[in-house]
Structure formats: structure tokens, C-alpha cells
Design a protein. Sequence first.
Length: 193
Amino acid sequence: MKTKISLTLAVMLFAVSGVWAQTAAPASGGPVPNMKVAIVDVIAFREGILELRAKYEKLQTEFQARYRELEAMQSKIQSQEKVLNENKTLTPQQAQKLTEEYEQMKREYNRLLEDSQSTAQKREREETEASYDKLSKFMDQYCVKNKITHVFDAQRLRESQIVVYAAAAANITEDFIKEFNKSNPAPAATAKQ
């Protein structure tokens, strides 16, 4: 195990030193470029970007009946499972019939769940794709305006635990959302805060 860890560290150090050697000094001998790094919480866009919030609220309303149907099915499955587990007075025929009904309900639930997820993902893409394209273009303009050279997604940084430290000032989420909403006002009916 120690050999495997040592070998892994050696390979990483070799790779890092190679990258460092390539980026440490520019090939032209010129100055090292100034870099400004920022972090943005993309998940906050769903609530903060008024245009997106309106689209997600529309989708939520559209799928509300399906969600209720799934919840009702799940409750029925759970109560059926409870009856199967707790009722020891069932005859073998009753237990088998109940088990078959239970398995059938689970299959129907899983089918409906998969269909719902697939449909919801498709509708989400249809509804939000244009907004996300607009956000991407605005991010490019925002970065040029603020001389930002790199933007990292906060959620991915948290998941990977690759960043040891980031100053609070590096998080541009709130300012970006404010600027986007100012440049792209949502329709008055959906712009509730």
C-alpha cells in the first residue's frame, strides 16, 4: 500500500513539475500574465436569475400533478410493505397475492418515475436552454469587463475538495446575478422577490 501511495505521489510530482516547467516562464521570455480567478455558484442561478426562476416555476407547475401521483403511489407501496411485514396472520395464498400486488405497484411506480424524470429533463432543456446560452454569453462579457481570466463552479470545487482556500471576494455569484438581471429584466409578472 505504501509503495502504491509513494508511486502515485512520485507520478503526481513529476506531472506537476512538468506543468510547472511549461508554465513557469513564458516561451517568449515576456512577463507572466496577470490572472484574476473567480468563483460562481451556478446552482444559485435557478433562484437568483429572474428569467430562469420563472421558467423553473412554470415547469414545477406543469409537473405538479405527476409529482402528487408519484407521492401517492409511494405511500401506497409503503403501506402495502408494512402490511406484508407486520401481518403474520395471512394465509400463504393471501401473502402471495399481496406480494404480487406489491411487486406490480413497485414496477408501475418505477416506470412512471423513469418516464417522469425523462420527460422533466427534456422539458427543462427545452425551457431553459436559451436562457443558459444567454447566461454563458453574458458571463463572457462580464469576465472581459471585470478582467477575470478564469471562473470556477463553486459546487464542483466543493465536491472535488481541490481548493484549499478561496477568499470570499472571489465569489462573484451575487454581483453576476444582479448585473444579469439588470441587463435582462424578466417579465413583470414573474419578477417577484
